[in-house]
Design a binder for this molecule. Structure first.
Ligand code: GLN
Length: 235
């Protein structure tokens, strides 16, 4: 193991935003999830050590990274051109589309974004789910800006959905599937966005990015990646 360069190294401090199951969750006060275990396995393949995890709201992670508070983001973060203006990403380690969650057994069963017109809709601040609501509904004139409810995290959004305070929540499909199993909500339909998740690193941090890419390749080759996928995803 190791990345073969030998002379680099040091501690990489990771940051995440819990409440996005099964990627990052708190279980009995402990941080775990697919991203957490994957990054730990990836870094173990490099000459770096992983520091203590730090937790943020999703919307604060990029600032935490650029300010040097953390060195890597592991938060099911989609690689987007907009984010790439500010940070860099490793190679992709997971793919996702956006699903539309509604209350389980309720009488609202939309089958297209058009069906969400004029309804109170929720998403988490700073996400690609929010971007779908903003661009496809608000900017398209199908939703009043006041009908969009922005949450600090999706756990709060799903609770509001169960309580009838919003009619739908837009979020990454694998997380929607998890909420569907654990909460009183169900997927009405999925909107294909073809997103790819990467670990976020500072733009000038080529050494860390390269080490993480080599670590990712190593865990894909040695079977750890598949083990973790099987452990955290039932599909
Ligand atoms: N993949 C989505 C994004 O990058 C959501 C990530 C999240 O909420 N942790 O915006």
């Amino acid at each position: 193991t190791g990345n073969g360069t030998g002379d680099v190294g040091g501690t990489i401090v990771p940051g995440t935003a819990p409440g996005f199951p099964p990627f990052e969750i708190k279980e009995g006060g402990e941080l775990t999830g697919f991203d957490v275990e994957l990054l730990e396995a990836v870094v173990a393949e490099t000459s770096y050590e992983l520091g203590e995890w730090k937790e943020f709201e999703f919307d604060s992670l990029i600032q935490a990274l650029t300010s040097g508070n953390i060195d890597v983001i592991a938060a099911a973060m989609t690689i987007t051109e907009e984010r790439e203006q500010t940070i860099s990403f490793t190679n992709s380690y997971y793919e996702a589309d956006q699903s539309i969650l509604v209350a389980k057994g309720g009488d609202f069963s939309p089958s297209s974004l058009d069906d969400l017109s004029g309804r109170p809709i929720g998403a988490q601040k700073g996400t690609t789910g929010e971007q779908v609501v903003q661009e496809e509904l608000v900017d398209a004139g199908k939703l009043e800006p006041s009908n969009y409810k922005a949450y600090d995290n999706y756990v709060l959004a799903v609770t509001d959905l169960e309580n009838g305070n919003v009619d739908a929540v837009v979020l990454d499909k694998p997380v929607a599937q998890t909420f569907q199993q654990e909460r009183d909500v169900e997927i009405a339909f999925t909107y294909e966005t073809g997103e790819a998740y990467g670990f976020g690193v500072r733009k000038d941090d080529n050494a860390v990015r390269q080490a993480l890419n080599e670590g990712l390749q190593a865990v894909e080759e040695n079977g750890t990646y598949e083990e973790l996928r099987n452990k955290w995803f039932s599909e």
